[in-house]
Design a protein around this ligand. Structure first.
Ligand code: ZN
Length: 280
């Protein structure tokens, strides 16, 4: 099973899952539809399904154009608000597209209808993959727009955290550096966080994605999966895992990267309005 990682928009990812035997392709969150179709055509694939993690436009907005251009295309998701949805799926439901298997994992919180997808191929020794949308990020987790800390705790520990540890994690955004800077604030002594941060910076310099990670790796540096670690509890001042998570998310919401030091010419240019202050 091959997963093509396609960077789109400011920092989103859409994915193409390709069955090695069948040349079947399924798309995950294809928000830039024509770019996706170009790849599908170039590689001689047949696109059979779209899996949408949640209804936000930067994940679901391409569905309508795809359905128009690909006759018979099915669009799966867990929320009626998803653009061009054809098949609403439920927790634990399994789908099969030739040799590719998908298990739908309901993970409400970022949105109330958020779905993650656990994917594997028959007769294939590759590690399985999980598409986590805006629920679990490399080194972070999504904002609680339509849910509670209790729900996210359930998602992280009972739904995603119990998948095989070698599972590859493909998330919805490239937020890794920002997430790791926060992780370092939470656990300044965590060597894994430091290692990962310098690796992620090197990837960024080369314009390369930091996905996928593995679930096993996430347990080592992602503070949102380390709720019972002493350092994380100390940072939050809590011990109950749900309370630790609640405080952690709140702190992350308020986390701003320290202002970078700019050379004096740049400072002058900003003062004179010649350069916009970047948000990145
Ligand atoms: Zn979102």
């Amino acid at each position: 099973m091959k997963v093509k990682v396609i960077s789109i928009l400011e920092d989103n990812y859409m994915y193409l899952v390709i069955g090695e035997q069948s040349h079947t392709a399924i798309a995950v969150d294809p928000a830039v539809p024509h770019r996706l179709l170009e790849i599908v055509r170039r590689e001689g694939l047949s696109l059979t399904a779209v899996l949408t993690t949640h209804h936000h436009w930067d994940h679901a907005h391409g569905n309508e154009a795809l359905v128009k251009e690909v006759p018979g295309l099915r669009v799966y998701g867990g929320d009626d608000r998803i653009n061009a949805l054809t098949d609403k799926v439920a927790n634990g439901q399994e789908l099969k597209f030739n040799s590719i298997n998908v298990r739908c994992l309901f993970t409400p919180c970022h949105t109330s209808g958020h779905m993650c997808y656990f994917v594997w191929e028959d007769d294939c020794t590759d590690a399985p993959a999980v598409f986590t949308g805006d629920t679990l990020f490399v080194a972070g987790c999504g904002q609680f727009f339509e849910g509670t800390a209790e729900q996210m705790h359930h998602n992280l520990t009972k739904v995603l955290g119990v998948l095989p540890h070698e599972t590859k994690v493909f998330c919805g955004h490239e937020y890794t550096i920002k997430n790791l800077k926060f992780a370092l604030k939470v656990e300044p002594e965590n060597e894994k966080v430091k290692e990962m941060l310098s690796w992620a910076r090197a990837r960024d310099d080369e314009d390369k994605p930091t996905v996928p990670s593995t679930l096993m790796e996430e347990f080592e540096y992602n503070p949102f999966l380390r709720l019972s670690e002493e350092g994380v509890q100390k940072f939050t001042g809590k011990t109950d895992p749900i309370e630790v998570l609640r405080v952690l998310r709140k702190e992350k919401d308020n986390f701003k990267k320290p202002k970078e030091l700019l050379p004096p010419q740049a400072m002058l240019a900003i003062q004179w309005g010649l350069l916009g202050a970047s948000s990145r």
